[in-house]
Design a protein. Structure first.
Length: 620
């Protein structure tokens, strides 16, 4: 088929615990076969397929599909036929084995497909012709080319890539042109160009290397259920296969209701998953195994088998979240890395379904003040889940982004230039897609011309290293027009062209410690002020102690709760000494100490046996 093993982030296993949404990616749903439109290109959701079965992803991330007699690319929002009979697939002349270009090339129930990652050639299990077919120069990401089966003067000859044509199928190893297959179902290609085929009708796994076809695992014409090496193993109607890492393949052993692993070095066959109904395909992604079985998608995490999407034993057509979704009889499936999703051929409903294998982004946000006055800065904070990026949109556009921010920031400081109601949209995205959340009339801006400023401010970061600058943001109400900042102690300087009278000053601190900040804001009605004591904490860095004795250190420093201690002896206790001299005894258990319950401030930590000391800051 198609599936190259691709690693995901380690968090994927945890994310898979959440419900996934099944959608129709391509095809117009109907039950039966034989519908067609009669033109070569249609929008994805407007095309008709007839028993779609094989699917793969090419090196450009495009999806290729085989249905009853055709080869199709799902490209740029369109479903484009690239090979096979164009009209009604039930026509008497729809099937064949012509080696030609585009719609002049005929197939007979093509199934598994795979794009060679080195040559971009495509290989197909032409199932009812009992052959492995190939097309060269098949993938062009800017202009997908037609299927090119290397036309000859006699297009109906037997010179396929591998396998001699036979109406009922047969079994014979040997040179490629003389070998026989019986209903080959699926295939994969390794990095060295070796092709492995699940020979469904012969109950074995075949290997095509160089000019030869051999039986790699199982015994031809002999079905059964047995683990073992090479010819000692037994399969019963092996269906979909996939690469699992670099040195093994997984096989959906359909009639045995199992997933088997085949070592490509030793030919050792072992059972990975059992207790299935009739699996049609299997895909491996970062140690997780996804299985098309019994009208649903199941997942094996190494210890437990569970239903990932759909309902076992229930055939229907419903898009929706995991257990509410419904599938018909399933064919083969593929994993596409660029959107971290499974694509599966729902052959009974004649469509392609998409299932993300990471949780879709869940957008959410808050605002510290939804009723500001004109010119007042508010803080919009992203609270989304499972996102990799966000984008804000605010309408109408009578606003100013403050503190050097941009619409892709997770925290946005915004002031509004006119009265009225403002709509806020946050779009949260991850590789599975983008999801917007709009709150209409969310922020309502007014004026209060008779009130003095109600002073408020924040620092974008309150815990800094000595190398970082602090950005202060005025958030006062009632439209002040003068500002006066006071910071103590005074070992700092203003930077970025700002000073103590700026609305949004930037500050460079010259030494570590805690700093208090006061803002006085004035308008025509008077002034107001606000002081935040010990508001900004400046350390040497974000992961080193303020003072470290030889062999004794604490990090992170400053800390909001947990500290990690290096240099303590086994069973050694530690004394925490407050600024007023109080001693708090703690026993160490390992290297981590929880100081969440301590009030904010500077503490001296002293090891009871070694007598070493180290200072650290506890902050909110």
């Amino acid at each position: 088929m198609k599936k190259i093993w691709l690693a995901l982030l380690p968090i994927i296993a945890a994310q898979c615990a959440f419900g996934q949404t099944v959608t129709t990616y391509a095809g117009k749903q109907y039950v039966g076969s034989g519908k067609f439109i009669g033109v070569a290109s249609n929008p994805l959701l407007d095309d008709y397929y007839s028993n779609p079965y094989g699917i793969c992803v090419d090196t450009g991330g495009n999806i290729w599909l085989s249905d009853q007699h055709n080869m199709i690319i799902l490209y740029g929002g369109n479903s484009i036929q690239r090979g096979g009979y164009l009209l009604d697939p039930t026509d008497p002349g729809a099937i064949g084995r012509y080696r030609a270009t585009g719609t002049q090339a005929y197939f007979n129930n093509p199934r598994g497909i795979y794009v060679n990652p080195k040559t971009n050639s495509i290989y197909i299990c032409d199932t009812d012709n009992g052959q492995i077919r190939s097309g060269t120069g098949f993938v062009n990401t800017s202009n997908p080319t037609l299927w090119d089966g290397l036309s000859k003067s006699n297009p109906d000859d037997d010179n396929a890539y591998a396998g001699k044509y036979t109406f009922l199928g047969d079994y014979l190893d040997g040179i490629k042109s003389a070998a026989y297959f019986s209903s080959p179902e699926d295939l994969v290609i390794t990095t060295d160009g070796t092709v492995y085929v699940s020979d469904y009708g012969n109950d074995c796994i075949r290997k095509i290397s160089g000019n030869n076809v051999t039986t790699f695992a199982g015994k031809g014409l002999t079905y059964g259920d047995a683990d073992g090496i090479g010819a000692n193993a037994r399969f019963y109607a092996p269906a979909g296969i996939c690469l699992d890492g670099t040195n093994s393949i997984l096989v959906a052993d359909r009639n045995n209701g199992k997933i088997r692993r085949v070592n490509l070095t030793t030919a050792q066959v072992s059972t990975v998953v059992s207790g299935l109904v009739a699996p049609s395909d299997v895909v491996s992604v970062d140690g997780l195994i996804f299985i098309a079985d019994d009208y649903c998608i199941k997942m094996w995490d190494g210890s437990k088998l569970r239903v990932y999407a759909g309902k076992p034993g229930v055939s229907d057509y419903v898009d929706g979240n995991d257990s509410s979704a419904r599938f018909g009889e399933l064919g083969l499936m593929v994993y596409r890395s660029k959107d971290k999703s499974l694509y599966v051929c729902d052959r009974e409903n004649n469509v392609v379904r998409r299932i993300p294998i990471i949780q879709a982004a869940v957008p959410n946000f808050i605002c510290n003040n939804v009723m500001p006055t004109v010119g007042q800065t508010v803080k919009l904070t992203n609270k989304s889940s499972f996102f990799t990026s966000v984008l804000w949109n605010i309408t109408p556009a009578s606003y100013t982004i403050q503190a050097g921010g941009k619409l892709t920031d997770t925290v946005l400081y915004v002031s509004f230039n006119a009265t009225g109601s403002y709509n806020v949209t946050l779009t949260a995205s991850n590789p599975s897609g983008s999801v917007p959340l709009t709150r209409s009339n969310y922020i309502n801006v007014s004026t209060n011309s008779s009130a003095k400023p109600a002073v408020d401010f924040v620092a974008v970061k309150t815990m800094l290293s000595i190398t970082e600058n602090a950005q202060l943001v005025d958030m006062s109400a009632n439209t002040p027009n003068k500002w006066d900042w006071t910071i103590t102690p005074r070992n700092f300087s203003y930077v970025g062209g700002t000073d103590s009278t700026s609305q949004f000053p930037q500050v460079k601190f010259n030494s570590t410690g805690t700093y208090s900040v006061k803002l006085t804001a004035t308008n025509g009605n008077g002034n107001g002020s606000l002081t935040k004591t010990n508001y900004i904490v400046v350390a040497l860095s974000n992961n080193k102690s303020l003072a470290t004795a030889a062999g004794f250190s604490i990090y992170p420093n400053p800390t909001r709760g947990l500290i990690h201690i290096s240099g303590a002896m086994p069973n050694e206790s530690i004394s925490l000494i407050t600024a007023d001299g109080r001693v708090i005894k703690r026993m160490l258990n390992g290297i981590t100490l929880d100081v969440t319950d301590l009030p904010d401030g500077i503490y001296v930590a002293k090891l009871s046996v070694q007598g070493l000391t180290c200072r650290f800051l506890k902050v909110n």
